[in-house]
Ligand binder design. Structure first.
Ligand code: HEM
Length: 206
């Protein structure tokens, strides 16, 4: 529930960034530009300075919610959208479908972190079109913890390395399919080459 969700999220974020090189470049530029040259490990206290990174994470969680179906049980007989649901019925809320519903999202299949710019959509479970951590009294208690961990890991990966597809692979064949389970992971492991980032003079002199 904690490690798989967080690990899968990181794999999805990096996969989406590989798929969207402009977004990767923008994210790397932010983390390197804002934090400056010569840092060793990026820590939790650095994260407040990064504004694009949380949007990337939100967008990855919108498209790839690690827990796509939230279980609930009807506490009383009720009718929802014309369907009679007797007390005690197990109900699954399909976060995956809601997060890609064109009634709530413009170009829902596109990875577009900027859609979270200039709005207050957050993880608190009050924006029902975006509930990757669930909603209500059983909402995930690990939101803050997992956001910090994912952002810290991501910031370090983007700051210190440039990322390339392995030899013989290309973006057209880059696999984005899902393996369905309690926590949705990538069907095939993400394999990339990490190239340690070398600072150019232009950035050093900034
Ligand atoms: C990206 C990371 C994570 C995602 C997307 C996620 C998502 C979720 C979701 C959708 C639920 C069900 C919420 C509901 O029923 O309304 C849940 C429950 C829960 N999560 Fe997470 N989670 C993440 C990370 C974590 C972490 C890091 C921890 C602990 C350190 C954690 C602990 C829990 C616990 C204990 C519950 C059960 C809460 C309850 O039933 O009262 N989660 N999570």
């Amino acid at each position: 529930g904690a490690t798989e969700t967080t690990g899968n999220t990181l794999a999805w974020v990096i996969s989406e960034l590989m798929h969207n090189p402009h977004t990767m470049a923008k994210a790397q530029h932010e983390v390197r530009d804002v934090l400056g040259e010569g840092r060793s490990v990026i820590t939790n206290s650095d994260l407040g300075e990064l504004h694009y990174m949380p949007m990337i994470l939100k967008e990855a969680l919108r498209l790839h919610p690690p827990g796509p179906l939230i279980p609930r049980m009807a506490r009383e007989d009720c009718t929802v959208m014309g369907y009679d649901i007797p007390k005690g019925t197990n109900v699954y809320i399909n976060i995956f479908a809601i997060s890609r519903d064109p009634r709530y999202w413009i170009n829902p299949e596109e990875f577009m972190p900027e859609r979270f710019e200039n709005n207050n959509v957050n993880y608190k479970g009050t924006y029902f079109e975006f509930i990757p951590f669930g909603a209500g009294r059983r909402q995930c208690p690990g939101i803050q913890f997992s956001s910090s961990i994912t952002e810290m890991a991501l910031a370090n990966l983007l700051y210190h390395f440039d990322w390339m597809l392995p030899d013989g692979a290309n973006l057209a064949s880059f696999d984005m399919s899902e393996k369905f389970g309690f926590a949705v992971s990538k069907k095939y492991d993400l394999k990339l080459r990490a190239i340690p980032h070398v600072w150019s003079n232009a950035m050093t002199l900034k």
